[in-house]
Design a protein around this ligand. Structure first.
Ligand SMILES: *Cc1c(COP(=O)(O)O)cnc(C)c1O
Length: 474
C-alpha cells in the first residue's frame, strides 16, 4: 500500500469509525447469535491474491459489526466500562503508523521519555504519593492490563521476600499471597504463573461492606508464618470488581510495613475516580503501596490496552526482571541515566502506548477527565435513587462510584430471568455477580456516550421486565 493509497483508504476508515460511533444508539447493544455464525460468514482460506479495500471495509459491516457487543454503546452497562475516545484512537493510530519499539531507551528515546513524563503527569492528576514520581526513584509504566501489573508486582514481591534468591534458584519455599475474598481473579492467576501456587493464595475475609478485614489479614499472616511460610505479597483493592468496595488501606498498609510484605494496590476501575478531589478519600493510605495500578482503559477515555502501573522504588522491580543479552548492550543503559522499560514488564518489545494517553490528557485536560468521571457517578447515583424508590428491589452494597449492585428481593431465579429478559431486548446490556452468595445485577456507568436518559430508559425496561411485560425474542 503506497502512502497515497494509505491516505485515501485511511480517510475511509476514519469515516467508517465516525459513522459507527454516530449510529451506535440505533443498533442493539449485544448480538443475538449462535456460536459459529460469524466464522461461517468467512471463507475457509485467506485470499491467494489481495482483495480490494472496499471489499475489506464492506466485510466489517457484513461480518464483524453484527457480531459485536458494542461496548461504546450508550446503553452498555455491563462489567466495567472499556472507554475509548477520538483522541485515544488517533493516538493509537499514530503509534501504529510509527511502528517503533520502546524496549530500551536507545531503541526509540521519545517512546520512553514521553511515557515517563505522561505517567508523572497522571500521578499528579490522581494526587498519588510523591515516591511514585520518576524523579523520586519511583515511576510509572504502561502495562497492557491490570492482570499484567499484578503479575509484575508478584514477581517483585517474590524477589524481595526471597532476598533475591528467587531470581537465581526459583521458588524454594512456600511464599504466600493475600487478597480479600473480593480480590480479582488475576491475583490468583499471577501467583500461579509466578510459581507461588494457587494453594498459597489466601482469600482474606471481608466486613459487611465487602472490604478486607485488617484483623483477618493479620491472623492469616501470623498463621502462615507459624506454619513456616513466607508472606510475600498483599493485594488490596480500591474498587473491587463485584461491588467497588474499598479496602481499608491505612490499616492494611501499616500491617504490610510491620511484616515487611510487598503491598500492591489494584485500583483497576476506581483509580480513575481519583482525578476528582471529592473522590480521593478512596485512595487514603495509598502512600503505603509498593506498587499501584489502575486502568485508564476502563474509565478514563483511553482505549484498551492501557494499564498505568507505578512503583515507589523502581530499582526493586528492575532487579527482579532485568536480563541483558549481548545484543541489547548499549552505552545509554550502562550509564544508568535512562529507563529501559523492558525491565518493567514481561515481554521485551513494547509499542508506543503512551501516545494515546498523551493525546487523551492533552485533548480533555484535567477538567475534561473530571467531567467524564462526574457524569458517570451522577448517572449511577440517580439510578440508585430510582431502584431505592421501588420496593420490589434492594441495593446490596455501597455504590460510591459508578457501579450499582441491585436485585429483586427474594430468590435468585427471578433475577436471572430479569437479566436475561432485559439483555434480550438489545436495548440495554447489564451483567451480574454473586454477592454474599446471592445473584445480583450490576449496572456500571461509564461509556462516554451514556447520558442520564439512557439509564432512565434502562430502568423503565428493568421495571417492565420485573412486571413480566418484557418478552425478549431471543
Ligand atoms: C478489571 C479488573 C482487573 C483486570 O483488568 P485487566 O486490565 O483487564 O487485566 C483487575 N482488578 C480489578 C479490581 C478489576 O476490576
Amino acid at each position: 500500500m503506497t502512502p497515497d493509497e494509505f491516505r485515501r483508504y485511511g480517510y475511509e476508515v476514519v469515516d467508517w469509525i465516525a459513522n459507527y460511533w454516530a449510529n451506535l444508539e440505533t443498533v442493539p447493544v449485544s448480538p443475538d447469535l449462535r456460536p459459529g455464525e460469524i466464522a461461517a460468514r468467512m471463507p475457509d482460506r485467506a485470499p491467494e491474491t489481495g482483495d480490494d479495500f472496499a471489499a475489506i471495509l464492506g466485510d466489517l459491516d457484513r461480518v464483524v459489526t453484527p457480531g459485536l457487543t458494542h461496548w461504546q454503546h450508550p446503553a452498555f452497562f455491563g462489567y466495567f466500562p472499556a472507554n475509548t475516545s477520538g483522541p485515544s484512537v488517533l493516538g493509537d493510530l499514530v503509534c501504529a503508523g510509527l511502528g517503533v519499539q520502546g524496549m530500551l531507551w536507545l531503541s526509540s528515546p521519545a517512546a520512553t521519555e514521553v511515557e515517563t513524563v505522561v505517567l508523572d503527569w497522571l500521578a499528579d492528576l490522581l494526587d498519588l504519593p510523591p515516591a511514585f514520581r520518576s524523579r523520586a526513584g519511583g515511576g510509572g509504566v504502561i502495562q497492557d492490563s491490570a492482570s499484567s501489573a499484578a503479575l509484575v508486582a508478584t514477581l517483585a514481591a517474590l524477589h524481595r521476600a526471597s532476598g533475591g534468591e528467587w531470581r537465581r534458584a526459583g521458588i524454594r519455599q512456600r511464599y504466600t499471597v493475600y487478597t480479600s475474598t473480593q480480590g480479582h481473579s488475576s491475583i490468583e492467576k499471577a501467583a500461579r504463573i509466578a510459581g507461588a501456587g494457587d494453594a498459597n493464595v489466601r482469600a482474606v475475609e471481608v466486613d459487611d461492606e465487602y472490604r478486607m478485614r485488617p484483623d483477618a489479614l493479620r491472623a492469616a499472616l501470623d498463621a502462615d508464618r507459624a506454619a513456616g511460610c513466607t508472606p510475600a505479597l498483599v493485594v488490596a483493592t480500591i474498587g473491587t470488581t463485584s461491588t467497588t468496595a474499598v479496602d481499608p488501606l491505612p490499616e492494611i498498609g501499616a500491617i504490610c510495613c510491620e511484616y515487611g510484605v510487598w503491598l500492591h494496590v489494584d485500583a483497576a476501575y476506581a483509580g480513575a475516580a481519583a482525578v476528582c478531589p471529592e473522590l480521593r478519600w478512596s485512595h487514603a493510605g495509598v502512600e503505603y503501596a509498593d506498587s499501584y495500578c489502575f486502568d485508564p482503559h476502563k474509565w478514563l477515555l483511553t482505549g484498551f490496552d492501557c494499564d498505568a502501573f507505578w512503583l515507589a522504588d523502581r530499582a526493586e522491580l528492575v532487579r527482579a526482571l532485568t536480563v541483558l543479552p549481548e545484543f541489547l548492550r548499549n552505552a545509554a543503559t550502562e550509564s544508568g541515566e535512562v529507563i529501559d522499560y523492558r525491565d518493567w514488564q514481561v515481554p521485551l518489545g513494547r509499542r508506543f502506548r503512551a501516545l494515546k494517553l498523551w493525546f487523551v490528557l492533552r485533548w480533555y485536560g484535567a477538567e475534561g477527565l473530571r467531567a467524564h468521571i462526574r457524569s458517570s457517578v451522577t448517572v449511577a447515583q440517580r439510578f440508585a435513587e430510582w431502584v431505592r424508590a421501588d420496593g420490589r428491589f434492594e441495593i446490596v452494597a455501597p455504590h460510591p462510584f459508578s457501579l450499582v449492585c441491585f436485585r429483586l428481593r427474594g430468590a435468585d431465579a427471578p433475577n436471572e430471568e430479569l437479566l436475561r429478559a432485559v439483555n434480550a431486548t438489545g436495548q440495554a446490556y447489564l451483567t451480574h455477580t454473586k454477592v454474599g452468595g446471592r445473584y445480583v445485577l450490576r449496572l456500571a456507568v461509564g461509556a462516554p456516550a451514556t447520558e442520564e436518559r439512557h439509564a432512565a430508559a434502562t430502568w423503565k425496561l428493568i421495571q417492565a421486565a420485573a412486571d413480566g411485560r418484557v418478552t425478549g425474542s431471543r
